[in-house]
Write a protein that binds this ligand. Structure first.
Ligand code: EPZ
Length: 456
């Protein structure tokens, strides 16, 4: 069994070797959504009965979330992509620091634990490479529901005020449509006394998936997916069986990869309206898109530069900004990519420039002049989606590339390289045994990449 830190260095010494100018062809199966599975795992704490989740992707984020729940006394059995969760023997209400620190989504357990047990202690999730990622919306909403919150030595200690055993429904208006805060507060409100209204709620499909599962468990949640969500608290939530929705970000990544290599592929299962902002942008850039039931067919053509501005759902997803930027590096003409959700999510820009992309970055706006081609290089991604962007760039590039930072990639893409290999890309995961002995991985690029790499 490889423990946490060993596993990280194990993964750090791996890279994906990609032979450039490849083509994709055929059909790829889209896995269950990471960001849905994570919050559904947190929601399973709300019942003493068994929850069965189907279509759960095998990812390190999911494994880590499972370890956190096991640490609380939850019984979890993972059989292929089915997860059986039994929370009846929970004995601890404090999440372990060393496990939470690397997985922001674990903070979303606070709403479930507080609502069910009247108290919760969860370490602050901390920032990450894409931004500070505050939790003020989570905290303010829980306080509005009647929680007393203390933050001591990096631990958020929450308990229901006045020794009541239930939170109290109220009207909450979020400052920004935070996905995590909306999820935390829905879970907290589901067992509260009375009605809670969440205004300016996030509308992401993963939230709708959470509400669908909670309603199967007996919750009374209305209008999920709209800006105003209504939750009538109930006394108890039951077990259920739930199938996780397809991962729209993985789906979008494959569509962008097909566009970037002028390929034709079919992706399924997908829920097409989860990807509208992405398919519309790809059509605007010249791709042919055909939607049939739960599948999307794309034919990459001559790509022309288009402008993209990320926004909360149903806008263009921030999680596909980096992959789409990689596509625009070889578009015909200019494009402007604006990141509006996270303050530091342009870490891939300087790496794409090393490959020969013509990009001027001004704060969170990238001005791109398309070039004929970019050249393969050895580079390290610094977060999940920038690593995916570098792999797309590696597929486009002349020559081969080695992409490090797989400890990020494996958090969010199930069997990524084997799916790409099946589609015809020459890609292999290489384990640099010799490098495992060194503290840092020597890759042919300036020290800043190594620093970034180590930051990973
Ligand atoms: C979720 O993160 C996703 N993670 C992210 O996916 C995704 O990028 C993000 O939503 C936006 O869609 C999971 O679902 C596990 P937010 P979350 O709260 O909930 C500010 C990936 O690659 N904010 O919607 O943390 C915050 O600073 C990951 O799969 C506050 O100001 O995102 C940010 O600027 C990365 N106060 C904006 O809202 C708060 O209390 C959006 O953050 C909370 C957030």
């Amino acid at each position: 069994m490889i423990c946490g830190s060993q596993k990280k260095s194990y993964l750090k010494s791996q890279n994906l070797k990609i032979f450039g100018q490849g083509k994709l062809n055929g059909r790829v199966k889209i896995s269950g959504a990471k960001n849905s599975s994570l919050v559904l795992l947190a929601a399973s704490l709300l019942t003493n009965e068994k929850i069965i989740l189907d279509n759960v992707p095998r990812l390190t984020d999911i494994e880590n979330m499972g370890n956190i729940l096991k640490n609380l006394g939850v019984d979890l059995v993972f059989k292929k992509n089915r997860l059986e969760i039994d929370s009846k023997n929970i004995s601890i209400k404090e999440l372990p620091y060393e496990l939470v620190n690397g997985l922001r989504a674990s903070f979303f357990c606070i709403g479930a634990l507080l609502s069910k047990f009247g108290e919760a202690k969860v370490p602050l999730p901390g920032g990450c490479k894409i931004g500070l990622r505050p939790i003020d919306e989570h905290i303010n909403g829980l306080k509005a529901l009647g929680a007393e919150i203390l933050i001591e030595e990096g631990i958020v200690k929450a308990k229901i005020k006045g020794n009541k055993n239930k939170l109290c429904g109220t009207h909450i208006k979020l400052k920004c449509p935070s996905v995590g805060a909306t999820e935390t507060l829905i879970m907290a409100a589901s067992l509260a006394e009375g009605r809670t209204i969440i205004e300016n709620a996030a509308r992401e499909p993963e939230i709708q998936d959470l509400c669908q599962m909670l309603n199967k468990m007996g919750a009374k949640i209305y209008d999920s997916g709209k800006e105003k969500i209504f939750i009538d608290g109930v006394n108890k939530l039951n077990g259920c069986i739930h199938k996780v929705i397809p991962d729209r970000i993985e789906a979008g990544t494959f569509l962008i990869a097909a566009a970037a290599t002028s390929s034709s592929i079919k992706i399924s299962p997908v829920i097409p309206n989860h990807l509208e902002a992405v398919t519309h942008k790809l059509q605007e850039s010249g791709c042919l898109i055909k939607i049939k039931g739960n599948s999307i067919q794309i034919k990459g053509k001559e790509i022309k530069g288009v402008d993209v501005e990320t926004a909360p759902f149903p806008g263009f997803p921030t999680d596909l900004q980096a992959p789409f930027t990689a596509l625009m590096t070889i578009a015909d003409g200019n494009s402007k990519i604006t990141e509006t959700i996270f303050e530091n999510r342009m870490n891939h820009i300087h790496l794409l420039k090393k490959m020969g992309a013509n990009i001027k970055l001004n704060k969170n706006v990238a001005y791109i002049k398309g070039v004929k081609t970019i050249k393969g290089m050895d580079l390290a991604g610094s977060d999940l989606r920038s690593s995916a962007a570098l792999i797309i760039a590696g597929m486009i590039a002349k020559g081969s590339s080695k992409i490090y930072g797989l400890e990020h990639l494996d958090r969010g893409y199930e069997n990524f390289e084997s799916k790409l290999k099946m589609l015809g890309i020459k890609i292999t995961r290489v384990f640099d045994k010799k490098n495992l002995m060194y503290k840092e991985i020597k890759i042919d690029s300036e020290s800043e990449d190594i620093q970034k790499f180590n930051a990973a």
